[in-house]
Write a protein that binds this ligand. Structure first.
Ligand SMILES: Nc1ncnc2c1ncn2[C@@H]1O[C@H](COP(=O)(O)OP(=O)(O)OP(=O)(O)O)[C@@H](O)[C@H]1O
Ligand SMILES: [Mg+2]
Length: 319
């Protein structure tokens, strides 16, 4: 078996659909037993990257290896070590959940008995026992995602690709899915997960790569990225111009953005407790009343704004 330090290794990957360049030189490296989150907005190239990695799609340039196997020359080897789930799911709508699992087990060359046993195990683990004998087309979105993931785990592959596993799930189902993913990680599975949610990448991944317009625009740990993205912001709104002006004066250089017409301003906060407390104390000391206040966490939009210095839509022009 070929040896490599990285379980997933992508160098300078390019891909075009006709004249549209969709991937413009992507590099990714994932070490064994860790998770890399590929973070990006709609159309960034996440699914395209995952489909190439899982041998479902040809690419134009660069090298792509999984477990040291080349995805073009050794596609069979690659398929034997990966599980894939997500936007291009392998579930058959007409079969029941259990039938889907058993069928996939047989596809992976398990005996009939062990396919059945493994299916039962997964149905229990993914809380699908009650729905096990209903056709998959009757499943809710959340159940469907869980079945997707269960199907991809029938043969417990060492490498798994999860393409937006939680998009469209309600908050509770998202937490269930996070738990399932964490269990996979505890088993030492190497995972590449795509997501549009900074919070999800933050919560699960060891390493985050942000892509936009088919290019890597930032990478690092959640902590490193957040430091680049900026901190939480405290937004304060005042009742009138007098209070607003007094606040600007009292807070001095702590004031970030301001909007005179709306009597509002923001203060960057590093540590929520101490910074909010200090800001409020300063205002109280000057007897300035606040009409309303809110704390804003950095969003994916903030990431793009601070990383590219422009709104997302502008990236098409920088080719
Ligand atoms: N089969 C195809 N033919 C032509 N263009 C395509 C095809 N598949 C994807 N694209 C285009 O490639 C770009 C990247 O698509 P991709 O599906 O990889 O994005 P994504 O990051 O997965 O987005 P989403 O978050 O919406 O799933 C988009 O502009 C998309 O329109
Ligand atoms: Mg996609």
């Amino acid at each position: 078996m070929p040896q490599s330090d990285y379980v997933i290794e992508v160098d300078n990957l390019t891909k075009a659909y006709g004249k549209q360049e969709v991937l413009r030189g992507i590099d990714l490296k994932v070490t064994r037993g860790t998770m890399l989150a590929l973070l990006g907005p709609n159309g960034a190239g996440k699914t395209t990257t995952v489909r190439i990695l899982s041998t479902l799609l040809k690419y134009d340039g660069g090298t792509v290896k999984v477990e040291g196997y080349d995805v073009t020359d050794q596609a069979d080897k690659v398929r034997s070590v990966i599980g894939l789930t997500g936007q291009s799911a392998a579930v058959d709508e007409l079969l029941t959940g259990r039938e889907n699992l058993v069928m996939m087990g047989r596809l992976y060359r398990l005996t009939a008995d062990s396919a059945k046993a493994r299916a039962q195990e997964l149905l229990e683990e993914f809380d699908l026992l009650k729905a096990a004998d209903r056709p998959a087309k009757t499943y809710s979105g959340g159940m469907r995602r869980r079945l997707d993931l269960a199907v991809s785990l029938i043969a417990t592959p060492p490498v798994i690709f999860l393409d937006e596993p939680t998009t469209g799930l309600d908050p509770r189902s998202r937490l269930v899915m996070w738990d399932i993913i964490k269990k996979l990680m505890e088993k030492g599975t190497t995972i590449l997960l795509t997501t549009q949610y900074l919070e999800e990448a933050d919560h699960l991944a060891d390493q985050i790569v942000v892509i936009d317009g088919g290019k890597v625009i930032a990478q690092g740990t959640a902590k490193q990225l957040k430091a680049k993205v900026g901190n939480d912001r405290l937004e304060l709104v005042f009742k009138n111009t007098a209070d607003f002006n007094a606040a600007v004066e009292a807070l001095g250089k702590e004031v970030g953005d301001r909007n005179e017409k709306e009597f509002s301003l923001t203060v960057l906060i590093r540590d929520t407790n101490t910074d909010v407390k200090r800001t409020l104390e300063t205002l109280a000391k000057h007897q300035i009343a606040i009409a309303s206040m809110a704390i804003h966490k950095p969003t994916l939009d903030d990431v793009f704004l601070s990383l590219t210095g422009k709104q997302k839509q502008a990236t098409e022009e920088d080719k």
